[in-house]
Design a protein around this ligand. Sequence first.
Ligand SMILES: [Zn+2]
Length: 65
Amino acid sequence: MTRTETKGRKCDGKRRHNSKARALAAVAWHVARGAAPGALTAYACEFCDGWHVGHRPTKGRRRRT
Ligand SMILES: [Zn+2]
C-alpha cells in the first residue's frame, strides 16, 4: 500500500470542504453556536484545492488609508 505524504501542507489538520457553499455552511454552523458573525470567513485553499473556514483578522481600530 502506498501512503500519500502530505508533508508541507499548510492546511494539514484543517477541516476541508468541497465547495464554497459547504464552507459557508460551516461558517453559519459556527455562528449559530456563538461565533461572532463576520469573524469567520470561508476561503479557497491553494494547497488542497478545497475550502476552509478561517478566522478573519479583527479590526481593532479603523485606520485611514
Ligand atoms: Zn487546504
